[in-house]
Design a protein around this ligand. Structure first.
Ligand code: PLP
Length: 387
């Protein structure tokens, strides 16, 4: 391999000419803020998920989507929300921002998703909601989770940051629960730089999410300053500043058009990794469940074989030296000092998530990768991880 090989950026977005032209047109139009392109993106995203436009609200991140969803759910301070110990910090912090009490449940080792049995063990008279994550793009067991929610009258919020293309037994992720929250951060399957979306079955909840995302005002700026005459707005509740801009939606509209093509490419890469790593001394992700659709957001291996020649952290450094970007998704939530000191959580309370968090490595899985890039990753892994 030549010495001038380029760094393979982890989670590099695939931005085409269409995106660039649309952003330029948006800048030339003078309408940079929340306007017609956001409305179009909301409609097209909702349709992709099998909904009409009145079921979607674009916001500026998935963190914002999770926060406003929990506010719009009408929960009261002190209400308990059960979530997974294996997720990005924003899942848990959004519960805290909404004034609610997070409760952690452990995961299933083969799917890395929250375990319905562990949820069941954590239900108390104060439990009001379940906030699940479709980890890496693999759907949670929605049959079991929705049954628990029905029995205990719980709100369900789906963190779909990894799960735009995900389907559970044919049904799109984000349409099971009361709210589905999506991320369009740069590394996600659809990238607008920063961005997010809320889906809800109840149209009144979406109207409330839109209001909360823009200061709790009754009319958004596009309507206020449009050509239909000035309209006064009224503040009807204390909202946030979470609206998406047309510049972001300009990217989103075209990213959505290539979502399936990019998915197909990531599936190919995922399968190439699966067959190349078959005999190596680590655990590959389990195959998708028949009937489900995996979004192939992350390809995570578990360096859980004590016979392998290298530790997880040594491997991360060695891959970086090979000019290959890698990630860790994630250290388990109770490994972080803030949650330990605030809630008294201990890593051993959710042992599976903790063990996974100490051994997991995410390999690059971007549709931008060339065949040569894929071979470089495979060769580096084979070279570094031996018995
Ligand atoms: C990325 C991510 C988020 C946060 O998304 P932002 O759009 O960056 O706010 C939340 N949950 C999970 C599981 C994520 O991966």
């Amino acid at each position: 391999m030549s010495s001038e090989k380029e760094f393979i950026v982890f989670g590099a977005p695939s931005i085409g000419e269409e995106e660039i032209k649309e952003v330029e047109a948006t800048l030339r139009s003078g309408w940079l803020g929340t306007g017609p392109k956001v409305a179009r993106f909301e409609k097209e995203f909702a349709e992709y998920k099998g909904y009409s436009a009145s079921h979607s609200a674009a916001v500026n991140s998935c963190t914002a989507a999770l926060h406003v969803s929990m506010v719009a759910a009408g929960l009261a301070p002190g209400d308990e929300v059960i979530t997974t110990a294996m997720t990005f910090c924003a899942t848990v912090s959004s519960i805290i921002h909404a004034g609610l009490t997070p409760v952690l449940a452990d995961i299933e080792r083969d799917t890395l998703n929250i375990s319905p049995d562990k949820i069941s063990e954590k239900i108390t008279p104060k439990t009001r909601a379940i906030l699940l994550v479709h980890f890496a793009g693999r759907p949670c067991n929605m049959t079991a989770i929705m049954a628990l929610a029905k029995t205990h009258n719980l709100i369900v919020i789906e963190d779909c940051a990894h799960a735009i293309e995900t389907k559970y037994q044919g049904v799109p992720a984000g349409t099971f629960g009361d709210f589905g929250c999506f991320s369009f951060y740069v590394t996600k399957n659809l990238a607008t730089g920063e961005g997010g979306m809320v889906l809800a079955r109840d149209e009144d909840k979406i109207a409330r999410v839109k209001r909360l995302a823009l200061h709790g005002m009754t009319k958004d700026a596009w309507h206020r300053f449009g050509d239909k005459g000035y309209k006064h707005y009224q503040v009807v509740e204390c909202g946030f500043k979470y609206n998406m801009m047309d510049i972001q939606a300009a990217l989103g509209i075209h990213q959505l058009k290539s979502i399936e093509e990019n998915w197909t490419r990531r599936e190919q890469i995922w399968q190439q990794y699966q067959s190349a790593f078959n005999d190596l001394p680590f655990t590959c992700p389990s195959e998708p469940t028949p009937g489900d659709r995996h979004a192939y957001h992350l390809y995570t291996i578990l360096l859980d074989n004590t016979e392998s020649s290298i530790s997880r952290d040594q491997f991360l450094d060695a891959m970086t030296s090979e000019k290959i970007g890698v990630g860790v998704h994630y250290l388990s939530i109770p490994e972080h000092p803030y949650y330990q000191s605030t809630f008294g959580w201990k890593p051993e309370d959710t042992p599976i998530a903790t063990e996974v968090g100490q051994n997991t490595i995410s390999l690059p899985l971007s549709p931008k990768m060339s065949n040569e890039d894929i071979q470089r990753v495979i060769s580096a892994v084979k070279k570094l991880i031996v018995r």
